[in-house]
Design a binder for this molecule. Structure first.
Ligand SMILES: Nc1ncnc2c1ncn2[C@@H]1O[C@H](COP(=O)(O)OP(=O)(O)OP(=O)(O)O)[C@@H](O)[C@H]1O
Length: 481
């Protein structure tokens, strides 16, 4: 997940513009709207249309990644552990059996197809299941098994004989809460005595009632209401409090305060667990307020490099010339699958249309689609049903489509001030050690300004980007070898 300031700026812009409603997120949460912040539009290459509003927000990004992910993201990086009590032994497990889980839960874990704990689970699970309970702040990239870990911890800690809420989990949005709820249901499949309740707006309960479900998952506003105003939950009886997606949480106004207010109502003995995909200072400051005396686990993201990538640029004068160059490349070499990035929705839609007319099977990923539609587009592309995926810079941020060996920057990535967005460039084109197969990146340059951007990207990475003459078929053929 990108943490650049531009991403945050566009998030705010998106929230302010209320175009978030098209993503159908937060609809059921009484989200406080931030003030209009007048964030400017991101400047493009030659392509300065005003439709660059398909800004992504963190919640949508996170949901999208969850919906399209079919596997664990494995990393070879070691976890970094900071223990509250450095003298206590640090346990790590290599199998689920070692955790001495209830048989119903072990059955649930195996039924989900998990053979062994993921890297972060190896250390986080023994810590979360220890007696007495230990508090934990854990950070690792999306897809590394955090959700599965805290779901297992919650299910292990409840006493099904007690008919009241014992575990409370807060998520930033209704949809993310539902996704986690599904994992609880799956993992607890063989443990039917444990019941789950969703504390989300729209779930109206009779006044005066007391919840009997042992696990409650919801959004901060509703959870707070249910604990404080409506008293459906007795917060003093909560044994485990989970705050998921802390980085997404703090990007939504109001959620941080609500979460802290919930936390203050819980008993001192309650186990506090906080998870985040990123760990910038704001997340860290928030985490420290939610989790007293924490153990801390961090798992670094695998570094991407440009070492195995052949990079080229093509000089053009207009978007039509860029399109022609693209056609020449397609005419000369066989491209199994390519991702093409544009700066605006309008360009992306235009390009997708032109490529279709040329007979290409094109998928278009656009900001106006709801998250589920976007997930479906990416999924089809991953399955190879389409050979070209055209998208905007913002829309595809943080999405990994590993098998793509050709990336075309129809417009170069720039931040909101028009400076090169090196992080996005690297993430889009770079490969981690594991996916170290050779790749090809082609950058379209169409103005002095974009040539300048390209030069700065070259300088930043200290890697030469070769010029490619797309009118010379022989030359293009060479790049494929
Ligand atoms: N031990 C495991 N073995 C195999 N698959 C696993 C294991 N743990 C989790 N998974 C699977 O890997 C995927 C990612 O796991 P999970 O959702 O828990 O990651 P996450 O770190 O919480 O991601 P996010 O930050 O997006 O919520 C899921 O499909 C999950 O079912």
């Amino acid at each position: 997940m990108a943490t650049d300031s531009w991403a945050l700026a566009v998030d705010e812009q998106e929230a302010a513009a209320e175009s978030i409603s098209t993503l159908q997120l937060n609809e059921k949460e009484d989200k406080q709207k931030p003030e209009e912040n007048g964030t400017g539009k991101a400047g493009g290459d030659a392509d300065k249309t005003d439709d660059n509003d398909d800004n992504e927000d963190r919640a949508a990004q996170s949901l999208l990644n969850k919906l399209i992910r079919s596997n664990l993201v494995n990393t070879t990086n070691q976890v970094e552990v900071l223990q509250r009590d450095p003298n206590s032994p640090l346990y790590s497990v290599k199998s689920f059996e070692e955790l001495r889980l209830k048989p119903q839960l072990l059955q649930g874990v195996y039924a989900m197809g998990f053979n062994r704990p993921s890297k972060i689970q190896e250390t986080a699970l023994p810590m979360m299941l220890a007696e007495p309970p230990q508090n934990l702040i854990a950070q690792s990239q999306s897809g590394t098994g955090k959700t599965a870990a805290f779901v297992l911890a919650m299910l292990s800690h409840v006493d099904p004989a007690n008919k009241w809420p014992q575990c409370l989990c807060v998520s930033p949005t209704y949809e993310l809460a539902l996704q986690t709820g599904k994992v609880i249901e799956q993992m607890g499949k063989f443990y039917p005595e444990v019941k789950l309740m969703y504390a989300i707006r729209g779930n109206k309960l009779e006044r005066g009632m007391k919840l009997q479900e042992q696990i409650v998952i919801g959004t901060p506003g509703t959870v707070l209401d249910w604990c404080q105003k409506l008293r459906f939950i007795d917060p003093k009886k909560i044994k485990v409090f989970v705050l998921d997606e802390a980085d997404v949480m703090i990007a939504t106004q109001g959620h941080q305060d609500q979460s802290i207010r919930i936390q203050r109502m819980l008993p001192k003995t309650c186990q506090m667990l906080l998870f985040s995909a990123t760990f910038e200072e704001s997340v860290w400051n928030f985490a420290k307020r939610i989790v007293p005396d924490p153990n801390i686990i961090k798992l670094k993201r695998e570094e991407e490099t440009l070492d195995t990538i052949k990079q080229y640029y093509v000089n053009c004068n207009s978007r039509e010339e860029k399109f022609q160059a693209l056609c020449n490349i397609y005419g000369a070499i066989t491209i199994a699958q390519a991702m093409i990035f544009c700066h605006t929705r309008k360009t992306a839609a235009w390009l997708a249309g032109e490529l279709s007319k040329e007979g290409h099977q094109v998928a278009l990923l656009s900001g106006e689609m709801v998250v589920e539609q976007r997930a479906a587009v990416i999924d089809r592309f991953r399955q190879g049903k389409e050979k070209v995926l055209v998208t905007t810079n913002v829309c595809a941020r943080g999405i990994d489509v590993e098998q793509v060996s050709v990336v075309i920057n129809f417009d170069l990535p720039v931040d909101k001030d028009g400076n090169p967005d090196n992080e996005t460039y690297l993430h889009r084109i770079g490969r981690t050690g594991r996916f170290g197969k050779r790749g090809l990146a082609i950058n379209m340059v169409d103005s002095k300004a974009s040539m300048n951007i390209l030069n700065r990207i070259q300088e930043h990475f200290n890697k030469k980007i070769e010029k490619l003459d797309t009118d010379d078929l022989d030359e293009i053929e060479k790049i494929a070898n």
